[in-house]
Design a protein around this ligand. Structure first.
Ligand code: NAP
Ligand code: MG
Length: 484
């Protein structure tokens, strides 16, 4: 494999032969490209689907032991190459190296967790109404699944889809974000080195509109799992809907953290700052709205602003508290939303500019930003920024807090800080979110817990991750067997 070979089709590394010229940049130093290469063509994308289709029958018939062994071997390889993978991730995505180390460690953990599906994605035997007939269900792989993934968790997200798919006997065409192809390629290299048979996993790197479309309109695809923006997710769901394929779309969020007067204010401020500014706000579960009771609004606002101002921003390799935005596009979006919020009449309490000493730095740096005086109808309270911009909304009671929290199109993650059990219970019942935290950050999840949102955040709630993630990647067949 050479530096420019990003396409892995039927067990061979190839240069792209499409029309897209792709450039990988370090968001902390974007003026010096890391690598330039040509994206895949539509015909390469089609060849990848064909290869996955050709491999699928044999892989579906492979023993559970064989599938499990490959996935454990990948996990071991990830552990053995942990630091190199973390550096690759930080160089192209920008997050602090300690965050990349954690993500790479999580990828290994995900491979081990999903490896167990090879043996446990089971059907069940049910009581039969007819004593001569045995009634049971079996789980069968879908066949070929297309996985389309974003840049913000560029090894963990492809892994949690791919490992679940491969463990349950599917073959895969992975289309990662063009912003982060190096870590996707490294992941696939480790799958190859671990002994995964040719064609079971294929990698196609190119712009979503070209190669994504070629993959998704191919009749040999049997299912699609997508994570990314709501617009693209809806487009993908519509593209495959007419063929009736299983499709899973995990999309945007506008996640609230509600804080009541009986809460631990210091803990609530810590969580808000971590949830809003960790990963530069580039998490689908990032905290973007802090909804606070008027009795503690001033105290909590001061505490959050102090934390924001304490955050050290810098290149990911220097392991700061917060790295740059991923791309020039996201950098523009961040500063545009600062203008939008000010034009709407919100009050900038801190941040909103380049950090001190970085006015002429080409890196995509922004200070952690907090707006006060935000009303729920404002764009800054409704639209996903995907950057380190937190809006504070003040309410006068818990029911108003709930109404404001639910007053967005999204419903991914939500948190409540309180010491009152009744409020905690009311919140878990009334909040429109797929992931609910009591006294915790909106970000962060455990891999054995299901993940996914409601409303515009997800096509179906909680189909990813968790001990039943195999359901998406398998058909369930009901069998009635009567002995002759
Ligand atoms: P994006 O622009 O929607 O892209 C996601 C993936 O879709 C990329 O691989 C992209 O390829 C591809 N794509 C774009 N247009 C396509 C098309 N017409 N057909 C097929 N594929 C297409 O999202 P992003 O900017 O990478 O990521 C940020 C977004 O992801 C945010 O909105 C965030 O909330 C969301 N997100 C959601 C979750 C969740 O679990 N709910 C998790 C993380 C992120 P190219 O970019 O290479 O063209
Ligand atoms: Mg994009």
């Amino acid at each position: 494999m050479t530096d420019t070979q990003f396409q892995y089709i039927d067990g061979e590394w190839r240069d792209g032969d499409g029309d897209d010229d792709l450039v990988v940049r370090d968001p902390a130093a974007p003026d010096d490209p890391i690598v330039s290469f040509t994206g895949a063509s539509r015909s390469q994308a089609t060849a990848a689907v064909r290869a996955a289709d050709a491999a699928s029958e044999t892989w579906a018939a492979a023993s559970p032991e064989e599938r499990e062994a490959v996935l454990y071997a990948v996990a071991d390889r990830i552990d053995d190459h942990h630091e190199a993978l973390a550096e690759t991730l930080t160089r192209e995505e920008g997050k602090p190296i300690s965050s990349s180390r954690a993500e790479v460690g999580r990828a290994a953990e995900l491979f081990r967790f999903f490896a167990s599906f090879a043996r446990t994605a089971a059907g069940e035997t049910l009581p039969s109404s007819d004593p001569e007939t045995v009634t049971y269900t079996v789980r069968e792989p879908l066949g070929v699944v297309a996985l389309v993934t974003p840049w913000n968790f560029p090894i963990a997200t492809p892994t949690w889809k791919l490992a679940a798919a491969v463990a349950t006997g599917n073959s895969v065409v992975l289309k990662p974000s063009s912003e982060t192809p190096m870590i996707a390629r490294a992941l696939v290299e480790h799958l190859e080195a671990a002994g995964l048979p040719e064609g079971v996993v294929n990698l196609v790197v190119g712009s979503g509109s070209t190669v994504g479309d070629a993959i998704l309109t191919d009749d040999r695809i049997d299912g699609v799992s997508f994570t990314g923006s709501t617009d693209v997710g809806r487009h993908i769901a519509a593209t495959v809907a007419e063929r009736g394929l299983p499709v899973q779309t995990e999309m945007g969020g506008k996640n609230p953290q509600v804080v009541l007067p009986d809460a631990d204010i210091e803990a609530a401020a810590d969580a808000a700052a971590a949830g809003a500014f960790g990963l530069t706000g580039q998490a689908c579960t990032a905290t973007s709205r802090l909804i606070v009771h008027e009795d503690i609004a001033e105290e909590l606002t001061d505490a959050v602003v102090a934390r924001a101002e304490d955050i050290e921003v810098g290149p990911g390799m220097e392991d700061p508290d917060m790295g740059p935005a991923v791309s020039a596009e996201q950098d523009d979006t961040n500063f545009r939303y600062v203008e939008v919020a000010e034009a709407e009449g919100a009050t900038r309490l801190t941040g909103g500019g380049r950090p001190d000493g970085r006015a002429d730095d080409p890196g995509y740096f922004i200070e952690p930003t907090v707006f006060g005086g935000v009303e729920s109808g404002m764009r800054i309270a409704q639209e996903e920024v995907f950057g380190p911009v937190l809006s504070i909304l003040v309410v006068s009671d818990f029911e108003e807090a709930l109404a404001v929290a639910n007053d967005v199109e999204y419903g991914l993650s939500a948190s409540l800080f309180t010491s009152d059990m009744a409020s905690a219970r009311r919140f878990t019942e009334a909040i429109e979110a797929g992931v609910v935290k009591i006294n915790g950050t909106t970000t962060g999840s455990q891999i054995q817990m299901p993940f996914g949102g409601m409303k515009a955040s997800s096509s179906e709630t909680q189909k990813e991750l968790g001990h039943r993630a195999y359901e998406f990647y398998t058909h369930r067949k009901a069998v009635y067997r009567t002995d002759p």
